[in-house]
Design a protein around this ligand. Structure first.
Ligand code: NAP
Length: 260
């Protein structure tokens, strides 16, 4: 009997994280899977992945529904950052509407270790408040998107670490900028915080290894960490690792055994 190769499974990967890139690399050479990696477009020069990729929003839930239908997407993997709550909520709604199975990679939040000096808050506005009225030296490990929140607290001296050099003046009066792309190392982050004489670290509880160095470094230096809790995301099926996603896609079995 002659068997004809079935058509590859079209998979949309919502990216912006190391896991998304790892997944793209894992499926790139599997003829049973045709992946499209989607970036929001926040980073100027994203590392080109080894699969097809696109940049920019879909135009809300309806735009994503249209995209899924037009591109015959059979599976969506939400590998966005845990704080990309809008994109994740849109993915839940759009996949439901278009009847496309959705799986999200959800890293575990970083746990508080004994001795950690964490102040946990629900959002960045509360984080800015938690810095207090007196002038502090603050490392903002939160990217560049929501710096305005801290503009209302100009008494502090800020250190920022950004992926791209700022193209416009920063909204902060007193701020130093380091341009660097993770993953970062604990010893380097310890040196960075010590050199700046940081007193407080502000971080989103992203979890995962790539950005954990600043939390470990703060622990080493006994610094206060103002930790922003995860935002709400509607219920969806989740896994913790790229390996789990590959199993969901049927990628872990050899091509001959899998009827896509
Ligand atoms: P967000 O608030 O959840 O999303 C805002 C809008 O940006 C979405 O509604 C969507 O536009 C578009 N968008 C977001 N992710 C997209 C993707 N992967 N592909 C296409 N469009 C996308 O997202 P965000 O917090 O601004 O994060 C933007 C990107 O940066 C995400 O890809 C995320 O993984 C990455 N990132 C975020 C953080 C963070 O702290 N938030 C940190 C590191 C990396 P439409 O409604 O038009 O579809």
């Amino acid at each position: 009997m002659i068997s004809f190769p079935s058509r590859p499974l079209r998979v949309l990967i919502l990216g912006g994280t190391a896991e998304a890139n790892q997944l793209a690399r894992a499926v790139a050479h599997d003829p049973r899977i045709r992946a499209m990696l989607s970036y929001a477009g926040r980073t100027e020069n994203p590392t080109p992945p080894p699969v097809s990729w696109r940049v920019g929003g879909f135009g809300g839930i309806d735009g994503l529904v249209d995209y899924l239908r037009a591109e015959n997407i059979a599976r969506v993997v939400d590998a966005t950052h845990p704080f990309a709550a809008q994109m994740s909520a849109h993915a839940v709604a759009a996949c439901d509407k278009a009847a496309v199975p959705l799986l999200a990679i959800e890293r575990r939040p970083w746990p508080r270790a004994p001795g950690d000096r964490w102040i946990e808050v629900d959002d960045l506005a509360a984080a800015a408040q938690a810095l207090g009225a007196l002038s502090r030296r603050v490392f903002l490990g939160i990217g560049r998107m929501q710096l305005e929140v801290f503009a209302a607290h100009p008494q502090h001296c800020y250190l920022l670490r950004l992926v791209d050099p700022p193209r416009a003046p920063l909204p902060l009066r007193d701020a130093e900028v380091i341009v660097a792309r993770g993953p970062f190392r604990r010893a380097d982050d310890r040196a960075m915080l010590s050199n700046f004489r940081a007193e407080i670290v502000v971080a989103k509880n992203a979890g995962g290894g790539a950005a954990a160095a600043k939390i470990e470094a703060a622990r080493d230096l006994a610094l206060t960490v103002v930790m922003v809790r995860r935002p709400f995301i509607p219920a969806r099926e989740t896994v913790e690792s790229v390996a789990d996603v590959l199993r969901w896609l049927g990628h872990d079995s050899p091509p001959a055994e899998r009827g896509v």
